[in-house]
Design a protein around this ligand. Structure first.
Ligand code: NAP
Length: 474
């Protein structure tokens, strides 16, 4: 047990441990929580009450969370001193206890400190950010059929342009780097010879690794395996048509993982086409089968034609028996979409998607866009998951102008708590809360942000009364 400088450990409770990336959760775990800045003062008490009541109602005295208060953000500076936004106590507590939940945190300005949320993700290697977006009946939405959207965005959390490896235009290192790239690296690179980076550019580096991509996509596929029907579906979202060796590689490594590591559980979209066409045309030759699956086959080079014929042969010989005759429909379907098209598709054909596994920046945009369809950030939960730790968090910020007014919507942190209960395997308590939220919204018992969008507008509940309305519906 680490020695804490200023923290009071709960008297009871046990440690959550991890085995091969999965948590072993005792019936009385100690769970550190960070109340959060700004509206955290309103949101956290409402959240804790809802979680505790749902656990009590579901399991009586058999299960209980022993809450352990730790500090970050402005609150930490009050206790640990100026600029101590992320004290060592907090880092040690999360490292030791493994699972934590947090309200929103101010991004510090000055003192050379970066985003606390990004820092926590990097310190604990929380490589997958998981953001479910589903609709609760009655929530005001700008969309005509928001109920059709029920997706989970899996955003890679540790790589991509978010690593913050960048140089300002005109900075000496930036100028050196541009000269090195223009004079040495680009001329030596096949296919780049006529290009050059304009002088005066700023430079940002976008690293995307095979290990980083595959461990993230692995989590997404494992999640899809637990779903049913057409929700057993992972879409790799990328901009590989433009960024071939980063975003395109993410897609290729995703397919490679699906085929090599999840062969009995997965089928790719292309393999499913091949099998379905073969099923319909059992007697035709490999070349004719290849023509069926590849529009414009006749115009391809001989190399490409050979490649496609080999692909068809390989699919038939390796999985026609096990996955053919439509058996693949019970497996996880893995396909891919270009990032810009998926923004359209979640609006126009949302019911066709389930888990969207993507890179860091795409995932940031995509999860907010999806949250907007189902009612906005007040209802959008999030979790950051690694192999040895997980932090559940609000997706919105501290909304300082609403702080301390008992007004804000606690839905995002409450639903993040639901994700934590599901992560524990405490599904009864999790379901109780999601049903309670659904019913409260159907009864138009909502906070100001949703009340003002309802037609006709309804009288809003306070933050704490919304929590009470959820509990009353258990
Ligand atoms: P914000 O705190 O998310 O608030 C922007 C607006 O979003 C609010 O004024 C409010 O709109 C609405 N909103 C936020 N939380 C809501 C909730 N729980 N229920 C209903 N509506 C909610 O964004 P910001 O003002 O740009 O950022 C403030 C601080 O938070 C900054 O320091 C920022 O860096 C930080 N931040 C932290 C996180 C995090 O901890 N995960 C995320 C983002 C930003 P109306 O006033 O129109 O109702």
């Amino acid at each position: 047990m680490p020695k804490f400088e200023k923290l009071n450990l709960p008297r009871e409770g046990q440690l959550i441990t991890f085995e091969e990336g999965k948590p072993n959760v005792p019936n009385n775990p100690i769970v550190p929580f960070i109340r959060g800045d700004g509206t955290g003062v309103d949101i956290w008490p409402a959240t804790q009450l809802v979680l505790d009541r749902a656990i009590k109602k579901s399991y009586g005295d058999e299960r209980k969370i022993n809450w352990f208060q730790i500090f970050a953000g402005d609150e930490a500076c009050e206790i640990y001193g100026t600029y101590n936004y992320l004290p060592q106590d907090t880092i040690e507590a999360i490292r030791h206890f493994g699972v934590a939940i947090k309200g929103p945190l101010t991004t510090p300005i000055g003192g050379g400190i970066r985003s606390l949320n990004v820092a926590l993700r990097q310190i604990f290697d929380l490589y997958s950010c998981v953001r479910p977006c589903r609709y609760y009946t009655g929530t005001p939405s700008p969309h005509k059929n928001p109920q059709n959207l029920d997706i989970i965005v899996y955003r890679e959390n540790t790589e991509d342009i978010y690593m913050g490896i960048e140089w300002k235009a005109g900075d000496d290192n930036c100028v050196d780097l541009i000269n090195h790239l223009n004079n040495i690296v680009i001329p030596k690179s096949e296919g780049l010879k006529n290009r050059s980076i304009p002088n005066g550019s700023g430079i940002g580096i976008k690293p995307v690794s095979k290990t980083g991509s595959q461990r993230h996509i692995r989590k997404a596929i494992e999640h899809a395996k637990r779903l049913s029907g057409n929700k057993k579906h992972v879409t790799l979202v990328h901009k590989g048509n433009i960024m071939k060796y980063t975003e395109g590689a993410f897609r290729d490594w995703g397919y490679e993982l699906a085929i090599n590591e999840f062969r009995n559980d997965c089928i790719t979209e292309r393999e499913s086409w091949i099998l379905d066409n073969i099923q319909k045309n059992p007697d035709i030759s490999i070349e004719n089968n290849a023509k069926l699956i590849e529009p414009g086959y006749e115009k391809l080079t001989n190399d490409k034609k050979t490649f496609i014929c080999e692909e068809v042969k390989e699919v038939i010989s390796s999985i026609a028996q096990s996955h053919g005759d439509g058996k693949w429909r019970k497996l996880v379907l893995v396909d891919d979409r270009i990032a810009d098209s998926i923004f359209q598709q979640i609006q126009t054909r949302p019911q066709e998607y389930s888990i969207l596994a993507t890179l860091n920046l795409n995932g940031d945009y995509l999860s907010d866009a999806a949250a907007a369809i189902v009612g906005g950030l007040g209802m959008a939960p999030g979790a950051n998951i690694g192999d040895n730790a997980a932090i559940f968090e609000a997706t919105h910020g501290t909304a300082p102008k609403h702080a301390g007014l008992n007004k804000i919507n606690p839905g995002s942190v409450i639903l993040s708590g639901v994700m934590m209960l599901e992560y524990f395997g405490w599904d009864e308590a999790a379901n109780l809360i999601t049903n309670g939220i659904s019913k409260a919204i159907e009864q138009k018992q909502v906070t100001y942000d949703l009340a003002r969008l309802m037609e006709p507008e309804v009288k809003p509940l306070s933050c704490s009364s919304f929590a009470d309305a959820i509990i009353a519906n258990f």
